[in-house]
Design a protein around this ligand. Structure first.
Ligand SMILES: *Cc1c(COP(=O)(O)O)cnc(C)c1O
Length: 359
């Protein structure tokens, strides 16, 4: 018995998408960003599918420890670093690489009693104003790290782009220029590019690139799909029709009657809802594939169900297959119809969705 809602993961696509990364950044080493449970695809599963990369990056220490305990020996970068002494001890113990973004972390490093050496990425805040040292504080932070006995002598250097998905925004070049200016006299390897930087900003290609979203076959640009960038989606989300019925003009469908039937309508009920991670804010008209053909969603998304207009498909019946996104229906398009970004959709798949690996 197949579950109603399931996601098929095409893990071969990860290697295809990595080849696209290498096409754009042939000289760079690749840190595969697999935070947030591999963008909802499964942390260990994606680490295995991408295991030939030069390193992994995650946000939290729990994610990194899970990778080590599963036997992954690659470099692992902690993008949020650490915020207490216990985490620092664990970083040394598990030989993780950590981002250093604030002065409190440097004090913890100076006081740490660990015996294993630690490798770090010193982060410049070049304009995101989230994590990182300001350009005026960067060199003194670097000097303090140089004198810190706990650290491997080579200090790596990084920053993060805030607007790289907008190819017309001058902020990206300003961020890159500031970074290069601040770090130019320091040794250590550089890392700037996320997926959008990698695909749209040559200037951001340095020693290391840090692609996340594109590894999963998804475009970071609102105006382009992954397919238009030669990427292949890893995740496809499916369900099935669980009821088909006739609705008359004047009747409403779903909670709060937000959709009013205007002409006789064959209505399909699909077993997927926000309880599975389908976006609550998907609008009437959002495309859904029934037996491979597009039909529009109508009415509100419920926890367990959505409703679709089947007038264009008189043959559709209970049990028929429904595609919510993935192969043949870009998740980017569902995101646009839901006023969100594709990152939130793949990250938001819930426990109830059964994962089927297609290797
Ligand atoms: C998440 C993240 C990335 C990857 O970003 P994508 O847009 O998914 O490619 C790279 N660097 C940092 C610091 C991040 O937090």
């Amino acid at each position: 018995m197949k579950p109603a809602a399931y996601a098929v993961l095409n893990l071969d696509a990860v290697q295809h998408n990595l080849a696209v990364v290498r096409h754009y950044a042939p000289a760079a080493k690749v840190t595969a960003v697999i935070k947030a449970n591999g963008y909802g695809h499964g942390l260990l599963r994606i680490a295995e599918a991408a295991k030939n990369v030069d390193g992994f990056a995650v946000a939290r220490i729990e994610e990194a420890i899970q990778l080590r305990e599963a036997g992954f020996q690659q470099r692992i970068v902690l993008l949020e670093g650490f915020s207490c002494a216990e985490e620092l001890i664990a970083i040394a113990h598990y030989q993780l690489e950590t981002v250093i973004h604030c002065v409190e972390q440097i004090s913890l490093l100076e006081q740490c009693q660990a015996t294993e050496k630690i490798s770090v990425w010193l982060k410049l805040d070049s304009g995101m104003n989230r994590l990182g040292f300001k350009s005026t504080e960067f060199l003194s932070a670097h000097q303090r790290l140089k004198n810190c006995a706990l650290l491997n002598p080579k200090i790596n250097l990084m920053t993060h782009l805030a607007n790289a998905d907008d190819k017309n925004d001058a902020k990206t070049l300003a961020q890159i220029d500031l970074f290069k200016e601040v770090v130019s006299d320091l040794d250590g390897e550089w890392s700037i590019a996320n997926s959008a930087g990698l695909l749209a900003w040559q200037e951001s290609l340095t020693d290391w690139v840090r692609p996340g979203l594109m590894l999963y076959g998804i475009s970071p640009f609102p105006e382009k799909t992954g397919a238009q960038l030669e990427l292949k989606p890893v995740m496809s989300l499916y369900s099935k029709l669980i009821a088909v019925k006739q609705i008359n003009p004047g009747e409403t469908v779903g909670y709060s009657g937000s959709w009013v039937c205007e002409k006789p309508t064959r209505l399909g009920v699909v077993a997927i809802g926000y309880g599975d991670g389908y976006p609550r804010y998907a609008k009437t008209g959002t495309p859904v594939l029934v037996n491979g053909l597009r039909v529009p969603l109508v009415g509100r998304v419920s926890m367990d169900m959505i409703t679709v207009d089947l007038n264009s498909q008189p043959e559709a019946k209970m049990g028929d297959s429904v595609t919510l996104w993935g192969m043949d229906l870009p998740v980017e398009e569902i995101a646009l119809n839901s006023d969100t970004i594709p990152y939130t959709l793949v990250c938001g798949i819930t426990q109830r969705v059964q994962i089927v690996e297609n290797k």
